[in-house]
Design a protein around this ligand. Sequence first.
Ligand code: SF4
Length: 354
Amino acid sequence: MKVNHFQYAEALFNKINKLIKREIKLMEVCGTHTNVISASGIRSRIDDKLRLLSGPGCPVCVTAQKDIDWIIELARTNKVAIATFGDLLKVPGTKSSLAKEKTAGADIRIVYSCLDALKYAYNENKTVVFIGVGFETTAPTIGATIIKAHENKIKNFLVLPLFKLIPPALRVIASHPRLKIDGFILPGHVSTIIGQKPYQFLVDEFDKPCAITGFEPIDILEGIYLILEQIKDNKPKIAIQYQRSVNENGNITAQNIMQRVFEVTDTEWRGLGQIEQSGLDFRKEFKRYDVREYFDIKVSQISKTSCRCGDVLLGVIIPKQCNLFAKVCNPSNPVGPCMVSTEGACAAYYKYER
Ligand code: SF4
């Protein structure tokens, strides 16, 4: 008998709910998963004992406040054009945001790819600085653009490298004594680049069941089911639900580009603090494209805010548990980055789960 999507989803909900025998906490690492879970109403159809918690997979959300402040100070020098993905514009820094600086006259341009920023640099005399925010998914395309700038001897194109690597952040979460996450719904896009192997430590060292999962609601239900089966059988592994895109070794071409341009370094994450070997910096050959080589900007001490994005990104709370959620903080007046980005958990809860 042919089964349509709705019947298949219904069958998956039944199988999932039968496997939930105790309190289980799963973290969906990727912000796009959070968005799809909220938008599709998956949470409302699953037994309350299973908690789906959002993780650190929203690049704008995990960008440290001091880095936002640094970009704002760079914009205020009026010496460069800043090219950035639109999500970053409304993220509040300590005293301002890029949106406010743009209104005040700073040259800040929204681009849809790093290549757009390179085109600005090619066509103008002005120095163009691309803000390199993102994970293993974004870094290869930015690396390829830098190679292109290098080959074409474009000297007025610079990048601020704020990239983050997902596996080191998962190590922090898996080893955190308070979080006690039972399993991970692993990100499909990042895994398309890095493959399955870099997650093996979650099984070998932490006994965490995992599933690399795609982005359709059905994909997510299948991913949850694969994890619950591992919990039932007490046989953790890195399952690949998203087989139409992910393989064991990932995209070697993209990995080679990343390795040619960048080297791994320590970096600071919002909410998770400084994590060893979790960021990317320029290799010596490409250091001349690093904007920090030309601007000695110091940012002042960060003031404390009541925003609990850090706790949201760690799965300590869900957005509704933040006192500011939907009262003071909303997409028109975001207090923290998790309410700004389309991949932010607070924005997803505000839009779909109030
Ligand atoms: Fe921060 Fe707003 Fe989310 Fe609260 S609701 S954690 S203030 S972004």
